[in-house]
Design a protein around this ligand. Structure first.
Ligand SMILES: *Cc1c(COP(=O)(O)O)cnc(C)c1O
Length: 486
């Protein structure tokens, strides 16, 4: 914009702002009609609100309501009376006192949905959280000696037994586990990794960035689609590697003309050159998913078995527990990680540990496919999912909402959350068609319900995938459908 035009534009802005905020003579009387904060606070309606909420929050909101009333008067509207202002304050208090983080219904068919909180916890994990949440706990106390212990003691033995590792350490999430391991083992040294494994997970976890932040130098070898053991060998000779890193491509798949180095080959090279080897598995499966129609997902036990020095994986992906990152491997390295000051900054809290311990007990002593929601959603027979879809479609149609039609449609679920990329699980959805509402409108109305319900849209049809919905949640979905227009 030329300078003079810009000046005119600014003048116009100033002028219109003055008009908006300078009361004109006519609405001066309107301003005078507005009750004062004191008058309002003494009124019955506002007194009731004060009794229910705190005085401070009510008075703050009375002030806000008066300020916005003054703005509308300045725009030429008339003054609201005390009752109208009390209504506004009451509605606003109703809104701000609502919990923002609430339960939601996942009808997307994506079992581990990061936006919807990843793994749903087992009953045992929920009971374990409940048991330690309200009071004190044995978090860092050794009950035999009464002395200070380590919070890690609650889970180390379980992880060691389940994975075959010598030792284990739990931190806040897997990104933290990778950061801690790299910073402990490879700080100021080179980390050798295949170009095909330089992953980004969910936007904010980019392996090259984590390597840099850990104080290590990245040495990429091979190409995006093919890497050979000789590539690692050459890199090891030409640099001073502190670590050979493998990262499981957990959220994408490279197909076609590809070649990859097996963990066994990498471990053999590592031991020949005395360089530690680490495997970032990400998804952290402890059980084989092949019997449930999925492709083989490398398990933690297999990685440990191959002889790697450390494995890192998430607690809230396929493992189905709370948000944690687990490091498992040789004591020599785990102990070093434990005494790194970063470990303190990345430590887990008691609720997280309680849920993790309870979940690990299910793997050791219980039936994971029956009791861990992530695994039971994968293992749920298609007939059961289909029966639930027909029941819901029937119940929605029996509401006889003019213009709304529900029917069962085949769909595909996926595990999601950075696990088993490109693999789908056959599922069944309830498709909704409305004469008056588009698929997007339906999506919005279901989302804005209490509890929010998340479906998905495929080819202009709104779908509620039943693989990720429990039978107890059908009532909420029917409740939403009942008040839909056709
Ligand atoms: C998911 C994932 C991570 C990050 O784990 P968070 O628990 O989300 O922090 C790191 N590496 C791989 C390979 C992953 O799949």
């Amino acid at each position: 914009m030329p300078a003079d035009l810009y000046a005119v534009y600014r003048q116009l802005l100033v002028f219109s702002a003055q008009r908006a905020y300078n009361p004109t003579v006519e609405n001066n009387t309107e301003f005078r009609k507005l009750p004062s904060v004191d008058e309002l606070v003494r009124s019955g309606r506002i007194k009731e609100l004060i009794a229910e909420h705190s005085r401070k929050v009510v008075v703050d909101n009375v002030r806000k309501a008066l300020a916005s009333a003054r703005e509308s008067i300045a725009r030429g509207e008339s003054a609201p009376d005390a009752d109208a202002i009390a209504d506004i304050v009451g509605r606003e208090l109703g809104r701000i006192t609502q919990m923002s983080l609430t339960r939601a219904i996942n009808a997307t068919g994506i079992i581990i949905h990061t936006g919807l909180g990843r793994a749903a916890l087992s009953d045992a994990a929920r009971r374990a959280i409940e048991a330690v949440a309200g009071g004190h706990s044995t978090l860092e106390i050794d009950i035999k000696t009464g002395k200070r212990g380590s919070r890690q003691d609650h889970i180390t033995e379980l992880i060691v037994e389940l994975t075959g590792a010598e030792n284990a350490l739990v931190v806040n999430n897997n990104a933290a586990a990778v950061l801690l391991a790299l910073n402990t083992i490879a700080r100021d040294m080179d980390v050798v990794i295949s170009r095909g494994q330089l992953v980004e997970i969910g936007g904010s976890f980019r392996l090259p960035d984590i390597i840099a932040r850990a104080g290590a130098r990245l040495i990429e070898v091979g190409t995006t689609n093919r890497t050979r053991i000789s590539d690692y060998q050459q890199a090891a000779w030409q640099n001073e590697p502190g670590l050979l890193l493998r990262c499981h491509p957990s959220n994408f798949k490279i197909t076609g003309f590809t070649q990859d180095v097996s963990l066994d080959e990498l471990v053999a090279l590592g031991s020949q050159l005395h360089i530690p080897v680490m495997d970032d598995l990400g998804s952290g499966a402890l059980v084989d998913l092949v019997p449930y129609g999925l492709e083989h997902e490398p398990t933690v036990q297999e990685s440990i078995e191959s002889g790697v020095d450390m494995v890192t994986f998430s607690g809230d992906k396929l493992l189905g527990a709370s948000q944690t990152g687990i490091l498992a491997g040789k004591s020599e390295f785990i102990d070093q990680c434990r005494s790194n000051p970063l470990a303190r900054a990345l430590r887990v809290d008691k609720l997280t540990l309680a849920a993790l311990e309870a979940t690990l007990h299910i793997y050791r002593e219980g039936d994971p496919f029956a009791d861990i929601p992530v695994l039971s959603a994968i293992a749920r027979p298609l007939e059961e999912v289909a029966a639930q879809a027909s029941k819901l479609a029937r119940r929605i149609n029996s509401l006889k909402i003019d213009g709304l039609n529900a029917y069962v449609a085949p769909s595909t679920s996926e595990t999601g959350g950075g696990s088993l990329p490109g693999q789908s699980i056959e599922s069944r959805s309830v498709a909704l068609k409305s004469r008056g509402l588009s698929a997007e409108d339906l999506g919005r109305r279901f989302r804005e319900w209490n509890p929010p319900i998340f479906g998905r849209i495929t080819r202009d049809t709104y779908l509620l995938d039943m693989r990720t919905v429990n039978p107890q949640e059908l009532g909420d979905i029917i409740g939403r459908a009942r008040s839909l227009p056709g």
